[in-house]
Design a protein around this ligand. Structure first.
Ligand SMILES: [Zn+2]
Length: 442
């Protein structure tokens, strides 16, 4: 990739179609003017004046859409097939953020399990001087002693998670997170199909939520079951960080979520990764996915014994039924107007592939019954809104120039989001190629 001039300059991108993130049909023969980090004009090419001296890049028959925004991912937990506190390093996190960016995910929310390094890294990514996706998140989080998140699944350090015993300890934990500048608070309410002995007691999560709200922070809740979703949102949780996956949502829960404008992040691909790489359907063999596999991960999924054992495990059957219910519930909630956020919970286990999983999540949203345009709007405009970000998520004047150039039309076929030609982040070419039809306007 050719590095661009470091001075802010004016760049005009042209393409056969532009999806602006608002959900409208693509704009044909579009032009987008970028100055520095910002979009300064967008519209049909014949109506957009080309500024003098601008660098004009004509992407021909390609499509342009906004960079994806993840509301639920993790950084610094995994390296290859290993998970552990020792991976919460600057080098590993920056590697993952560059991978997200190369896959067109230009903003990532690391939703908990972050160590002390998080704050400085987040500020660094906000400043835009370091290559990689912009970073938001939950500084550590509020779990349960001997409970969720299971230490066996995410063996993080003591400085990456609070596990309060009492309501007062929960309030102390939330105050500590607030003091370190967390964007959101997270609590876990789950017994992981009975594999951990306790769930967080109501008095503890109520105290955590009350304290967060008193400090002006919103609370995201990890749940799996409907009754936990009901209990935690009645206690005031603002965001469900996963879909309801045990039984169908009922009218009472739908009404509560609607009235209280609770965000719902289904993370459909989470459960699928438990078994799908053992099944090895066609899409898992695509170069788009293969590129995201570390050698040790590839060796694992190429091992027939691992595949057979994985498919026979009870957790795979559980994940299958969870995914089926999750697909059903997200459609019900979408149709009811519940605000849907976007994320795949990538980065928390070796097969939740940073960047690639987000595109699988788009495909699953369409499998659930959303149109491709609705899925894309969820992952751009809506995901930015969940974070309270007004500077991105759509391609409009004044917004950040975070965008992806694609072969084909993703509004017709969602799989086309994987046909990435180039990623522009903050007005700069972050990865991919510039087409040859390039000229300076005179
Ligand atoms: Zn997560």
């Amino acid at each position: 990739m050719a590095p661009l001039d470091p001075q802010p300059q004016t760049i005009v991108l042209r393409a056969a179609r532009l999806l602006d993130g608002n959900g409208a049909e693509p704009l044909a023969d579009a032009a987008l003017v970028l100055h520095g980090e910002t979009i300064t004009a967008v519209g049909p090419a014949h109506t957009v004046p080309i500024p003098l001296g601008a660098r004009v890049i004509d992407y021909g028959d390609k499509s342009i859409m906004p960079g994806l925004v993840s509301n639920h991912a993790h950084v610094g937990l995994v390296d290859g097939v290993d998970v552990g506190a020792r991976f919460y390093t600057r080098a590993n996190i920056l590697r993952q953020l560059r991978q997200y960016e190369a896959y067109g995910v230009t903003t990532v929310t690391s939703l908990g399990l972050n160590g002390p390094l998080f704050r400085a890294l987040r500020e660094e990514m906000h400043a835009g001087a370091t290559p990689g996706a912009d970073l938001f998140g939950v500084e550590s989080g509020v779990g349960t002693p001997c409970g969720a998140p299971p230490a066996s699944m995410v063996p993080v350090g003591d400085d990456q998670l609070f596990r309060p015993d009492t309501p007062e300890e929960a309030r102390t934990a939330v105050r500590a997170m607030a003091a370190r500048g967390t964007d959101l608070v997270k609590v876990w309410l789950d017994d992981f199909r009975g594999t951990v002995p306790v769930k967080m007691p109501p008095a503890v999560y109520r105290a955590a939520i009350d304290e967060a709200h008193a400090l002006g922070l919103r609370v995201a809740a990890h749940i799996h079951d409907r009754e936990d979703a009901r209990a935690i949102t009645r206690a005031g949780a603002d965001i469900l960080a996963h879909g309801v996956r045990d039984v169908p949502v009922d009218a009472e829960l739908v009404q509560w979520l609607a009235e209280h404008r609770v965000w719902y992040i289904p993370t459909l691909s989470l459960d699928e990764t438990t078994f799908v790489f053992a099944e090895r359907p066609e899409w898992t063999l695509e170069p788009f996915v293969e590129r995201a596999l570390a050698p040790a991960v590839r060796a694992r999924i190429d091992d027939p014994q691992w595949r057979e054992r994985t498919l026979g495990e009870p957790r795979s059957a559980f994940a299958r039924s969870s995914l089926a219910m999750n697909l059903r519930n997200v459609k019900t909630l979408f149709d009811a107007g519940i605000p849907i956020g976007f994320g795949s919970d990538s980065g928390v286990t070796p097969l939740r592939l940073s960047g690639a999983s987000e595109h699988r999540e788009l495909g699953l949203l369409v499998d659930a019954g959303l149109t491709p345009l609705q899925a894309i709007t969820t992952a751009t405009k809506n995901a930015a809104a969940l974070l309270g970000l007004t500077d991105r998520g759509v391609l409009a004047v004044g917004k950040k120039a975070d965008l992806v150039v694609l072969d084909g039309d993703p509004s017709r076929t969602i799989a086309n989001t994987k046909a990435i030609v180039a990623v522009w982040h903050r007005g700069r070419l972050a990865s991919g190629r510039v087409e040859t039809f390039e000229s300076l306007s005179e």
